[in-house]
Design a protein around this ligand. Structure first.
Ligand code: ATP
Length: 382
């Protein structure tokens, strides 16, 4: 097993534009991918993910900063000498070569001895369950099989670092799910240091041990996926990670006789009165008391708004009236689209949710697990 640590230190990449105005695709990136770790880099289209990957592969030169693999700065090292292998969204196989020959190709290029090529191709085929396909031509393979050969072609070289650039984007939903599990299993087995780029937030949470969320060329948060989900660093991350996204209620903090309260802002249109003030749960009180009189945004994940038919709940939540507007039954779960004090939200509940549109219902808000954000900067509070 070959391992390597990757370190980006203050890396920026600026592309000149013919109009004169430059694009800062990557801004002052600092990121370490530890030996054997898989880090997922996620963010919307154009945020700089592919550029980051291409900088590590050596296909772009940084404008400033350093990139090191295994303690060696690689800025001036040619792509083919960096010992990284990349799998793209559209990995074209050589159409006139069999699967075996496609897998052997990178080793032939490196002039490896024939018996070593045979051994490594067979081992790769075993790992990826391609053995029975070795004599096939690429046009006789399914989409998933082709993508597995593309992964095999990267793997056969036994690189220090794997780079995946949206490798599953072109596959249908079922196959994407299967390949996701397969790539994860492969990583567990090989333990090769990996940077995995995706714009798909479900894949981002599922694939990585660590998730880095990027926006406008800058990393917004890098942490364990569930930490990012539960404690997003700012409003952008809160909305990008999670489907349906986190519900956001703008408002302000008030200090009164009943302690620290969140007063929801009135809805932007219509004549619906704003919802009643909500008590801030114990866990958040100290941090939010510094925000008295200032705008904040309350964030609740869809599963933290619970339609439970009035069952008793924990001490730090609160019960409010909501209007159910639409009900989407998705099989294992139901999404309820409704409003509280005129502000729209989506709640997630079980398969057998009895509600229908137009009903007024009592919902329980799990304020203990809520997130609060600074209304001016968008940063998480506390
Ligand atoms: P996507 O998910 O759509 O592939 P991305 O997050 O990978 O997006 P990048 O491809 O890294 O984004 O692009 C980041 C920014 O840099 C974009 O504004 C893009 O237009 C710009 N950019 C990328 N490559 C070049 C280039 N060769 N010349 C000029 N601008 C570029």
């Amino acid at each position: 097993m070959r391992m390597a640590q990757v370190v980006f230190e203050g890396v920026s990449k600026t592309f000149p534009r013919p109009s004169g105005e430059a694009v800062r695709a990557v801004k002052d990136l600092c990121l370490t991918i530890h030996d054997g770790e898989i880090v997922v880099l996620a963010g919307p289209s154009g945020c700089g993910k592919s550029t980051t990957l291409r900088l590590l592969a050596g296909l772009e030169d940084p404008t400033s900063g350093t990139i090191a693999i295994d303690g060696r700065v690689v800025n001036a090292i040619e792509p083919r000498d960096r010992d990284v292998a990349m799998v793209f969204q559209n990995c074209a196989l050589y159409p006139h070569l069999t699967v075996y020959e496609n897998l052997a190709f990178p080793l032939l290029l490196r002039k490896r001895p024939r018996d070593e090529i045979e051994r490594r191709v067979r081992a790769t085929a075993t790992t990826l369950e391609l053995t029975r396909l070795l004599e096939r031509m690429p046009d006789a393979l399914s989409g998933g099989e082709r993508q597995r050969v593309a992964v095999g072609r990267a793997m056969v070289r036994q690189p220090k670092v794997f780079l995946y650039d949206e490798p599953l984007s072109n596959l249908d939903a079922g196959l994407r799910l299967r390949m996701r599990v397969e790539l994860k299993r492969l990583h567990e087995q090989l333990g090769t240091t990996t940077l995995y780029v995706t714009h798909d937030q479900v894949e981002a949470i599922a694939m990585g041990r660590r998730l880095a969320v990027m926006k406008d060329g800058a990393i917004q948060q890098a942490a364990e996926p569930l930490d990012v989900y539960r404690r997003p660093a700012n409003l952008f991350v809160a909305q990008f990670i999670g489907s349906p996204p986190m519900n956001l209620f703008p408002g302000a903090i008030e200090m009164g006789g009943s302690g620290v309260m969140f007063r929801p802002a009135p809805p932007p249109q219509g004549d619906t009165p704003a919802g009643a003030p909500l008590p801030v749960a114990r866990a958040h009180r100290a941090a939010l008391s510094a925000y008295a009189g200032r705008p904040v945004v309350l964030g609740l994940r869809p599963e933290e708004i619970v339609f439970d038919g009035g069952l008793a709940r924990g001490p730090d939540g609160v019960r409010v009236n909501a209007r159910a507007e639409a009900v989407e039954r998705l099989g294992a779960e139901t999404h309820l689209h409704g409003s509280i004090g005129g502000i729209r939200f989506t709640a997630r509940s079980g398969a057998d949710c009895p509600l229908g549109p137009g009903q007024t219902v009592s919902v329980w808000l799990d304020l203990d697990r809520a997130c609060y954000f600074d209304g001016a900067s968008g940063r998480a509070i506390g």
